[in-house]
Design a protein around this ligand. Structure first.
Ligand code: S6P
Ligand code: ZN
Length: 183
């Protein structure tokens, strides 16, 4: 039976989602195999197991008709020049789209469907639409500021992280003296 969902609100800030009920963080040690230079990642983890990104979310039933939402904070940093990023995933339900809204900083939203790859640069107030069926990952392209964004997606989307491992994103994002490069 569906949980009774009463109206509620949270407050989006540049640091966290005030009123969040669940917090998750991904450190360098959780990102084994995700960066191109695995040796560099392992060496960084040994010297300091930095937080790469944090996710603040509110408990909502993961069911059709509900809207899951959260705030992601990606810290500034690079592994051998490759910018800190999320693991990235597909949604199990290929009919579920997603919306990202930039809150602070500068990021790149990388999307992939088959051989097709698209990127959207995100800043504060950018509202980006991830169509159903596209794998998605976000990358912080600032040298020194966190990249923060808010996401909303259908409750029955599900997650497929394994697919993003088996069909890895074909583009990577590197910090450059004059900005960033997607290659
Ligand atoms: C969920 C949405 C985001 C990510 C978050 C962390 O559908 O796309 O909230 O979960 O940015 O990324 P990842 O790839 O570790 O889930
Ligand atoms: Zn998603």
């Amino acid at each position: 039976m569906n949980q009774v969902q009463l109206p509620f609100s949270t407050v989006i800030t540049a640091e966290e989602l005030k009123g969040f009920t669940h917090y998750e963080e991904r450190k360098l040690s959780d990102m084994k195999g995700y960066f191109a230079d695995e040796e560099a990642r392992a060496a960084m983890e040994q010297s300091a197991d930095q937080v790469v990104y944090q996710v603040y979310r509110v408990e909502v039933p993961p069911e059709e008709g509900e809207l899951l939402h959260c705030l992601t904070v990606i810290q500034p940093g690079q592994v051998a020049g490759e910018c800190f990023m999320t693991k990235g995933h597909y949604h199990l339900n290929e009919k579920c789209a997603e919306i990202y809204v930039g809150v602070k900083g500068k990021g790149v939203l990388l999307m992939q469907k088959g051989q097709e790859v698209r990127t959207i640069e995100m800043r504060e107030n950018t509202a980006a639409y991830i169509p159903a069926g596209w794998g998605h990952r976000t990358i912080n392209v600032s040298a020194d500021q966190p990249f923060v964004f808010f996401s909303v997606w259908p409750g029955h989307s599900g997650y497929d992280y394994q697919r993003a491992v088996e069909e890895p994103f074909v583009k990577r994002v590197y910090l450059r003296p004059d900005g960033y490069e997607v290659k």
